[in-house]
Design a protein around this ligand. Structure first.
Ligand SMILES: [Zn+2]
Length: 153
């Protein structure tokens, strides 16, 4: 039921990604992973509810079935692992700096594209500012060292 809807969506998302090209491919990948997170969250909630009601009826009717409880707990653990994995994938993609000129993927610490040398945007502002300060410091000292044209007079 819900899983077939999910497969269906993935199929469509992949088709869209192929048509739209590489740059939007990353965005589609992220929205695909986000949808997976939403699906996993609702699956986990569903399992929790089932586990809760199973435990409730067992206690209520004074009937124990640890195997059932264990298998339900295992299912939830598996889903939580998947959720964790998916969240990490999203973080990985978001941390990568994609060059707006050539589309190359660069590690987050790069200020310039390793492929074409273009300035990478979308970096953390703090890092950027620090770099700009360094650059302007370097510019100042360069000016001081260069004799001005008027100094000869
Ligand atoms: Zn580039």
């Amino acid at each position: 039921m819900s899983s077939s809807f999910f497969d269906d969506f993935l199929g469509k998302a992949k088709g869209v990604a192929d048509a739209a090209g590489k740059k939007t491919g990353e965005l589609v990948e992220i929205s695909k992973l986000k949808l997976q997170c939403v699906q996993l969250n609702s699956d986990i909630r569903e399992r929790y509810e089932k586990l809760g009601s199973a435990v409730y009826s067992m206690v209520k009717s004074d009937y124990e079935n640890p195997e059932l409880v264990n298998s339900m707990v295992e299912e939830i653990t598996e889903l939580l692992d998947k959720l964790n994995e998916t969240s990490e994938k999203i973080a990985d993609i978001k941390n990568i700096s994609i060059c707006t000129c050539c589309g190359a993927k660069n590690p987050p610490e790069n200020c310039y594209c390793s492929k074409c040398g273009s300035r990478l945007t979308g970096k953390e502002q703090g890092f950027d500012k620090e770099y700009q300060d360094m650059a302007s410091e370097a510019g100042k000292s360069a000016e001081e060292e260069t004799p001005s044209e008027n100094s000869g007079e």
